[in-house]
Design a binder for this molecule. Structure first.
Ligand code: NAD
Ligand code: UDP
Length: 334
């Protein structure tokens, strides 16, 4: 176990017997891929979700397996379960979804995280928080290291999410310092892949859906803002490595490959549909101008780094999107 500066404090004990794992938000995009990994390696997985942005279909292939359980539950309400590890993902993640009901987004981050940390304390489970690169806000340091404290508007439209995650981190470290809960904190950078919600408004899902339909790719602003995109399998590897390791974090978990939105649109055109035009639309408020993780800490302390290049990852999500975007028409095309 380490403190916030990476200094080793407590060596965690190895686990014996079957690992009982709770995944909150397990029916969402990232959560369902994490459930796949954990169920397939033989852990006993409880997937908990209120299906706000997730969907039962994302984990339907596990229903009926002896080591998988699906619970409809809102993490804002307390729940009593006996588990060894808690991966706490429950929280709407795309700007459209977290701005839909901002007060509920704050409740999910604050009360939901307190409930899960309380459970971790009661049953002595290890707890992993999926925080976000949004804790750095519109960053004045580039690329962002974990030492950077961020530049976040506390009263803006994105604040319910950014500040919600910042207090979730605070709660995690307070439960660690005050109650010795074994915490792990991942700061996730933009992630993409199969099972992203089609309506989530995120840039990769928008561009791929638009290209498949032959619609214009909507670049917000002048398209010069940058992001660094990570394929979902790299993230799942990072989360599991962090959970199993000895360091609390926080750790940046992202792919340092940086692209501006116009470059991304051109790449999607090239890979998915060269006929789809590009159009420019007004950007949203408080949109961070650039974002790129410094992953030195994760590389050094966890031995983790991403492997999938954006051009390859895009191709791995297109089949899933084609089926969902084009439906029956996709079968005819194939
Ligand atoms: P997602 O919206 O697909 O998944 C979130 C899941 O949480 C959904 O299944 C949703 O129904 C569930 N949920 C939301 N509120 C809940 C509540 N009150 N009670 C129970 N379940 C609830 O998003 P995702 O991309 O899979 O993100 C998963 C986690 O990773 C989130 O915590 C998000 O903040 C974090 N994250 C994701 C990214 C990314 O690029 N995907 C980047 C940074 C951080
Ligand atoms: N964006 C865009 N076109 C879209 C959707 C988003 O140009 O159709 C831009 C958006 O303005 C932002 C970037 O893509 O600069 C990433 O947006 P997303 O919502 O995917 O993630 P976040 O802003 O949370 O990093």
């Amino acid at each position: 176990m380490t403190d916030a500066n990476g200094k080793t404090l407590i060596k965690t004990k190895p686990r014996t017997g079957k690992n009982r794992v709770l995944v909150t938000g397990g029916a969402g995009f990232v959560g369902s891929h994490l459930c796949d990994f954990l169920v397939n390696r033989g852990d006993y997985v409880i997937c908990m979700d209120n299906f706000f942005t997730g969907d039962k279909s994302n984990v339907a292939h596990h229903i009926g397996k002896p080591n998988f359980e699906l619970i409809r539950h809102d993490v804002v309400q307390p729940i009593f379960l006996e588990v060894d590890q808690i991966y706490h993902l429950a929280c709407p993640a795309s700007p459209i979804h977290y701005k839909f009901n901002p007060v509920k987004t704050v409740k999910t981050s604050v009360m939901g995280t307190m409930n899960m940390l309380g459970m971790a304390k009661r049953v002595k489970a290890r707890f992993l928080l999926t925080s976000t690169s949004e804790v750095y806000g519109d960053p004045k340091q580039h690329p962002q290291t974990e030492e950077y404290w961020g530049n976040v508007n506390p009263i803006g439209e994105r604040s319910c999410y950014d500040e919600g995650k910042r207090i979730a981190e605070t709660l995690s470290f307070d439960y660690y310092r005050e109650h010795s809960v074994e915490i792990r904190v991942a700061r996730i950078f933009n992630t993409y892949g199969p099972r992203m919600a089609l309506d989530d408004g995120r840039v990769v899902s928008n561009f791929v859906s638009q290209a498949l339909r032959g619609d214009p790719l909507t670049v917000y602003g002048d398209g010069s803002q940058t992001r660094s995109f990570q394929y979902v399998s790299d993230l799942v590897n990072g989360l599991v490595t962090l959970m199993e390791g000895e360091h609390t974090g926080p750790f940046n978990i992202g792919n340092p490959g940086e692209f501006n939105m116009l470059e991304l649109a051109k790449l999607v055109q090239e890979k998915v549909n060269p006929e789809a035009p590009i159009v420019y639309r007004e950007n949203t408020a408080d949109d961070p101008g650039k974002r790129k993780p410094d992953i030195t800490k994760a590389k050094t302390l966890l031995g983790w780094e991403p492997k999938v290049l954006l051009k390859d990852g895009l191709m791995m999500m297109v089949d899933d999107f084609r089926k969902r975007v084009l439906g029956d028409a996709a079968e005819v095309e194939a």
